[in-house]
Write a protein that binds this ligand. Structure first.
Ligand code: ADP
Length: 604
């Protein structure tokens, strides 16, 4: 946590989650609160009120039938209460908890979809995001425990205090003296427990990293090739474990001391001893209380003491939880800065695109694009080339409005793209990214992505897009054709695709759609040069009526472009056709010669 919250802020977070839970699952929340309070009230009646009643009747030589009636009513009440509790415990609680988990997660995911990609470049944001998503379920758990451990127990304490004040107020005096001392001990113990936990966190993170390295298949291959790294990870893991043990040892001694002082000396000797002394003195010397009053007031005092300690612990955990809720709220309140200024619709049909004096940087002190200017005519094919880190992908992210330029503007169909509805604009462009992902879903769903699926026509179109992307459907690994699940994450019949196959699926996603503009960022980098060449020939044919912006490292794939822009250090340094650029014998020509040497042997 970056900062400590004040009690006012803690209560505000608690209030936020209370409103959220009651709004999302009002029936369950009412049931949860009812059962928690009912438990405390029934404990009071069973172990305090009834005991007092039965003993008083017995002491006064009353009618045994009265006792039988009382016990009968108590048993009947307990039986009914047990049934409702069973319904709560086995049906309502597991279900209600899931509803709340899901409701909060949905809010977070909705926000995560809306916020700007630039947020992910901000370390503070990322920390908040990870914390918000990682802690949602636990936050909810702690909140529900708060209801049982604080609110319900407050009701229990109130019952015991009022009853004790009615039966024997003097017994409360011992509590008034001893309880503050006990609470002081509990608070100190809690502080030490939290301090120990905080000290363990970095070592636990390191140990968790070690765990991941050893169980995730991503690392398995490399660790076999580099045993030294495996040994280093094992040493780090053991070291982290040893540190955790020494933190536990250090705090263990102090916590043992507090435990002895609190549990043995204050709770048992001073508190219990004090209560018994006062009560026996009242009964035997002053003859001011009966046996029934002695037993009842002793029960009350002990229940109050135990419950107050639980409440204090509950409040501490509430304060800790508030810090997490605060982060979740901080995340939910984030606003996207990439919004539409005029909410205009994107015109249909091919339109020209112009990039005008665009400057951009991810971080305030490091500019990545410098005064980038170019124009693309409708149906033109242009290529962006350049070495790694020259800013090609960044430019594409700006074209898709995942980021906004710091200065300058990008126009589509003659209008600043900031005027169009953001999602409409993004959807009007087909894109294939280098870092596309394959999802644990069927092959068809991986092509459709956010498009509704189901109809026969859809199936035909998906198959056509895969065919055009050179994805071989006849592959006998595809047991269910386009319904074959991809990845083996959840399905044992699922298949894992090679890098090249996955890239063809990503290309099929774009071909399936009918946008007028396509942006492809290294769409075929995972294919071998020959397959890439053939696919590009095909793409040229398919996309002949579309505007295409193409990024590639391999210059052989871009030589047919209408115009090639060579980028270096965030600037466009050369532009022209392949022949024109070779003719001026500049940076493009140098890059071409180097690559021509590399690919000469495949005849491309
Ligand atoms: P290219 O696509 O030409 O390889 P990029 O556009 O990916 O180049 O990167 C251009 C520069 O921007 C590089 O210096 C890279 O380190 C930096 N960069 C890319 N993405 C980010 C990011 N999310 N945060 C900060 N810097 C980034």
């Amino acid at each position: 946590m970056k900062e400590m919250l004040t009690w006012r802020q803690v209560l505000a977070q608690q209030w936020f989650l209370t409103r959220f839970c009651f709004k999302k699952a009002p029936g369950f929340m009412a049931f949860h609160l009812f059962e928690s309070i009912k438990l405390q009230i029934s404990i009071f009646f069973e172990f305090t009120w009834t005991v007092n009643y039965v003993l008083t009747v017995a002491e006064e030589g009353g009618d045994f039938k009265k006792i039988l009636w009382c016990m009968g009513i108590l048993m009947a009440a307990i039986a009914v209460s047990t049934v409702t509790f069973a319904i709560y415990k086995h049906y309502a609680f597991p279900r209600g908890k899931q509803v709340l988990y899901q409701a909060l997660r949905m809010e977070i995911y909705k926000k995560a979809k809306e916020i700007d990609l630039s947020c992910y470049d901000d370390k503070d944001f990322y920390e908040t995001f990870i914390l918000a998503t990682g802690e949602t379920d636990r936050c909810m758990d702690r909140y529900l425990v708060f209801e049982t451990s604080v609110l319900a127990r407050l009701v229990g304490v109130t019952c015991s205090v009022l009853y004790c004040a009615y039966i024997n107020p003097a017994a409360l005096l011992v509590l008034i003296i001893i309880l503050p001392l006990e609470l002081l001990c509990v608070v100190q113990e809690n502080k030490k427990t939290v301090a120990a936990r905080m000290e363990r966190v970095p070592h636990e993170q390191k140990r968790e990293y070690g765990n991941r390295v050893f169980y995730l298949s991503d690392y398995a291959g490399e660790l076999r090739l580099y045993p030294q790294m495996k040994d280093k990870c094992r040493t780090d893991y053991t070291e982290a474990n040893d540190r955790i043990k020494s933190v536990n040892k250090k705090y263990g001694k102090q916590l043992f001391g507090y435990g002895l002082l609190h549990e043995v000396l204050l709770s048992r000797v001073v508190s219990e001893g004090g209560v018994w002394t006062v009560l026996l003195y009242q009964m035997l010397v002053l003859q001011a209380v009966t046996g029934a009053q002695l037993i009842t007031s002793r029960n009350c005092v002990m229940r109050i003491s135990a419950n107050v300690k639980i409440i204090v612990d509950g409040l501490r955990s509430m304060a800790e939880n508030a810090a997490y809720i605060y982060r979740i709220r901080e995340f939910l309140q984030m606003e996207s800065t990439i919004v539409s200024e005029k909410n205009e619709e994107v015109p249909q049909g091919s339109g020209g695109l112009s990039v005008e004096h665009v400057n951009f940087g991810y971080l305030a002190d490091k500019q990545v694009l410098h005064d980038v200017t170019f124009a693309v005519e409708p149906k033109q094919k242009i290529a962006l080339v350049g070495y790694n880190g020259s800013g090609k992908t960044t430019l594409v992210k700006l074209l898709l409005r995942l980021y906004d330029p710091l200065s300058g503007r990008i126009c589509y169909h003659g209008k600043d793209i900031r005027d169009y509805r953001v999602m409409d604009y993004r959807r009007s462009i087909g894109s294939v990214f280098q870092d596309f992902k394959i999802y644990a879903a069927t092959l068809k769903e991986n092509v459709l992505m956010d498009v509704e699926n189901g109809s026969r026509e859809e199936t035909y179109k998906v198959e056509k897009a895969l065919y055009e992307a050179h994805f071989t459907l006849g592959d006998n690994r595809l047991s269910y054709q386009i319904e074959t699940p991809l990845t083996t994450e959840f399905e044992k019949d699922g298949i894992n695709l090679s890098g090249g196959e996955a890239q063809k699926v990503a290309i099929a996603r774009t071909l399936y759609r009918t946008q007028d503009m396509i942006i492809m960022d290294e769409p075929s980098s995972a294919l071998d040069p020959l397959a890439e060449y053939r696919l590009n020939q095909e793409l040229n044919e398919i996309a002949k009526d579309k505007t295409v912006i193409f990024i590639s490292h391999r210059l052989s794939t871009v030589r047919d472009a209408d115009c090639i822009y060579m980028m270096e250090k965030g600037r466009i340094v050369e532009k022209g056709t392949h022949e024109g650029l070779i003719g001026i014998n500049g940076k493009y020509a140098t890059m071409w010669r180097i690559q021509a040497g590399l690919y000469a042997d495949v005849g491309v």
